[in-house]
Unconditional design. Sequence first.
Length: 163
Amino acid sequence: MGKLAVRALRAVLVVVLAGTVFVQALTVWVLVSGSDPEDGSLPLTAMRVITVLGMVSAQVALVSVWRLVAMVRRGTVFSHAAFRYVDAVIGAIVAAALLWFAVTALNAPGQRDDPGVTVIMGGIGVAILGVALIVLVLRMLLAQAVARDVEAAQMQAELDEVI
């Protein structure tokens, strides 16, 4: 991975992380300060809590990707240590999908006249779960690469002994 690509990705990760922290701070401030224009009605309060939790899941994914990029730069990504970060990304995506389903459920009663919105929102949740499945498949490819790397190292060690 080139230095320019790593720097660009890290810049994007920093901007997105800063944005999520900003949104979290504003949302928590509205929740705890009592300056809620809706007077803390249950659906709006629940939506704000879900927003804060959604930002946490995004932050977990961002930090995990940052760590994986660092491993790529060091050439250590094909190791068992990478699995915890990939698993964290998968968990964050699944958490985001579950939070989206919660938003869909909270929004559904207001969509009785147009249930298509709820169906579309449910479809978006399924698509988010699909992204988690794609990352899971990529995790399996990483596992194969790590296994092959270990096997190649063992073969090299055996060859070194013979020579």
